[in-house]
Structures are given as C-alpha cells and as structure tokens.
Design a protein around this ligand. Sequence first.
Ligand SMILES: *[C@@H]1O[C@H](CO)[C@@H](O)[C@H](O)[C@H]1NC(C)=O
Ligand SMILES: *[C@@H]1O[C@H](CO)[C@@H](O)[C@H](O)[C@H]1NC(C)=O
Ligand SMILES: *[C@@H]1O[C@H](CO)[C@@H](O)[C@H](O)[C@H]1NC(C)=O
Ligand SMILES: *[C@@H]1O[C@H](CO)[C@@H](O)[C@H](O)[C@H]1NC(C)=O
Length: 385
Amino acid sequence: MQSRGVVALEEGKDPATTFKSSHARALPLRLVQFLVMFVVLGLGVSMLSMHSIRFFPVQHVAPTAPSTIRPCFEEPSSLESRIRPPSNLLHAMNDTELLWLASHASQIKEYPFKRVPKIAFMFLTKGPLPMEPLWERFLRGHEGLYSIYVHSLPSYKADFSPTSVFYRRQIPSQVAEWGEMSMCEAERRLLANALLDISNEWFILLSESCIPLYNLSIVYHYLSRSRYSFMGSFDENGPYGRGRYDGRMAPLVNLSDWRKGSQWFEIKRELAVRIVGDTTYYPKFKDFCKPACYVDEHYFQTMLSIETPHLLANRTLTYVDWSRGGAHPATFGKADITEEFFKRIGSDTCLYNNQPTSLCFLFARKFAPSALEPLLELASKVFGF
Ligand SMILES: *[C@@H]1O[C@H](CO)[C@@H](O)[C@H](O)[C@H]1NC(C)=O
Ligand SMILES: *[C@@H]1O[C@H](CO)[C@@H](O)[C@H](O)[C@H]1NC(C)=O
Ligand SMILES: *[C@@H]1O[C@H](CO)[C@@H](O)[C@H](O)[C@H]1NC(C)=O
Ligand SMILES: *[C@@H]1O[C@H](CO)[C@@H](O)[C@H](O)[C@H]1NC(C)=O
C-alpha cells in the first residue's frame, strides 16, 4: 500500500506541473487548484487511516474463548498461539488425518515454555454419564490440571449444562462394539484428540461406570511420580490368554510375546503417541484378533510389551471384580456401597516404582446408576473429595 501511495503522489504532482506549464491557458486555474487539493486531501485521509489502524488494531473477539483475541492484520505468530489447545473439540478430520496429526511428537524433551502437565480423562461411553455429579465433585477447583474427552455413540446427543465440566467435551465419534477393532479405534480416537492439547501428559481411559477412589491431589501425585505407565499386561496360559493367539501374526508377534490385560489403562504421552501412530501392529490385530479374541484386551498390551516393556507397570489402576465368574465383571449397586467395601478394595498390595504399596487402584468399576447417591454421601469421608 505504501508503494501505491508513492506512485499516487508522483502522479498527483506530475499532472499539476504539466497543467501549469503547457495547458495553463487551456484550463481554468481554479479547476487545477481544486484537483490538486482533492488529491492531497485524499492522500492525507488514507495515510491517517493506515496510521490509526496500526496503533488501534481492530480485534475479533470469539464469543466462547476470550483468549483467542487476534489483531486483524496477521502478525508473525508466537509459539504460544500455535500450541494453544483447540477451543472447539469438533473438527472435520477423518481418522487417517487425525491420527497422522496427533502422532507427531517433538524429539526434544525440554519444553521451551512453562507447561503444567495435565491429566486427560477420556470417557468411552455409550450415552449418558450417570456418575457425572461424582466426577464434577472430584474435578471442581482443579481447573488447569485436567482435561476431559467424551466418546459416545454418534446417535447420542449429550445435553450437559454449560456449567458442567463435561460441557462441549464430546469428540467426533463412531460406533464402537465390544471386543471388536472398532473399540480400539475409538480408544485411538480419544487418545489422538487428547494429544492435540500439548499439556496433556497422562491419558486415562474410563467408562460411564467408573468412579474415582481418591481426590485429584492424590491421583495427580501418584501419576506424576510414577516411572511407569499403567497398562495391564500379563502372559496367561489357557484358552482366554495364549489360546487367543493366531500363528499368522508371527514373526511380528510370537506366542511368547502375546499379552493380555485390562482395556482400562493410564499411559504417559510417549506411549499415547506410539499407539496413535502405530501402522505396524494394527493390520495384524485387525485381521487375526477377532472374537473370541477380544482385541481391546490384547492389541495395545502386546504391542507395548514388545516395543517398550521397560516403561510398563503391567498393571491397571482401575479396580474390577471378576470373582463372581462369567464373561462380565460384577456390577455394584446401592446395596454394595459401604465403607467396608472400599476398605477391601484398598487392602490389595502391589508395586509402585518397584516398592510395595497398598495404594494400587485409583479408580474402580462397574457401578450402576443406583450407586450414585450413597457414593456422594461417602465421598468426603472415604475418597477425600
Ligand atoms: C481420510 O481422507 C483422506 C483424504 O481425503 C483419505 O485419503 C483417507 O482414506 C480418508 N480416511 C478414512 C479413514 O476415511
Ligand atoms: C519372533 O520370532 C522370530 C524368529 O525366531 C524372530 O525373528 C522375531 O524377532 C520374533 N519376534 C519378536 C517380536 O520378538
Ligand atoms: C513388565 O513386563 C515386561 C515384560 O513384558 C518387563 O520387561 C517389565 O520389566 C515389567 N515391568 C515391571 C515394572 O516390572
Ligand atoms: C485429598 O485426600 C487426602 C487423603 O484423604 C487428604 O489428606 C487431602 O487433604 C485431600 N486433599 C484435598 C485437596 O482435598
């Protein structure tokens, strides 16, 4: 615009002098003066307006996120503006695009900015979240230390109130079926969406029937001090363990590499990137682990045990009761919720950073909606929130 201004200035001067020297007699002097004044005035106004825009930038204010104020004229963007988490979780990327984008990780371990690591709570649900009030209480007051992602059936329309911690935390979803690869795909979709926020460091997969057993301070402390990621992973003989292995996976996965473990995991960012970026194991598990091989109990467990065994605690943080037998674990309702019940859950022993501890589970499942009321009553006394 400046070079245009210069040209205009020269053009504006030239005709005036030419008029004076050769055509002065042909044109009335007043008209010449009027033209010159007109050009000078026009230039002045345009320069003034350019000046004022520079010093009083016009701002677009997004109605939902006041932090996204940007000047009208694009300034070179800062790192901060590039790593800001997306304010809207809805996007138009398909899985191929999403996983590609989310699998990029910096090779430099030091962050060149102040980063408060967050816990990503990822809810894999069918529809409603009956335990919402309990999670609300668990999370309230800890803003900045966590983020929430919800993957529900695409047909389900969430209606959380604008004050809820779950409001607008739904990600674009697809149908996920128990024991099928679509279940692992939903988990990868949750991980990928959560990875887009650079501050997320720990990724916890939960269901609608899960509850927290301690307050967020304790959970945060436990995760941030752990050397390992919590992916249940063990080598089990018999039909439900090694029996589900298909020899066509060799030599990528041999029988001795085959692992089984709980679907419900808590992993660090590094492992989340690996899972999202995997193109090696995915086709093998998709082709050769179909029901009665339940892929969500084997894929990530086996892959990570081969690739990064030294980063795994090989146990899950989510308590479940299989003691009643059958294909599904026990569901707890109103009558089960007592202080003694939670004392029993807390009486296990396990290893934490290679030291024995009785704090083995931070979450538990499966709880029926009828358990909510007694849980809210016990929460402050038993869970500390
Ligand atoms: C996503 O879109 C890209 C580009 O159009 C396409 O190549 C890819 O196959 C799509 N992936 C899926 C899972 O639909
Ligand atoms: C499986 O066995 C083959 C042959 O012994 C070996 O080359 C391959 O590395 C093994 N796979 C893994 C994951 O250890
Ligand atoms: C978890 O199991 C792997 C073998 O699959 C082993 O290498 C690793 O040391 C185990 N982790 C811990 C904390 O014991
Ligand atoms: C969290 O729970 C622990 C143990 O119950 C308690 O000592 C601590 O004060 C609680 N922290 C908060 C912030 O409520």
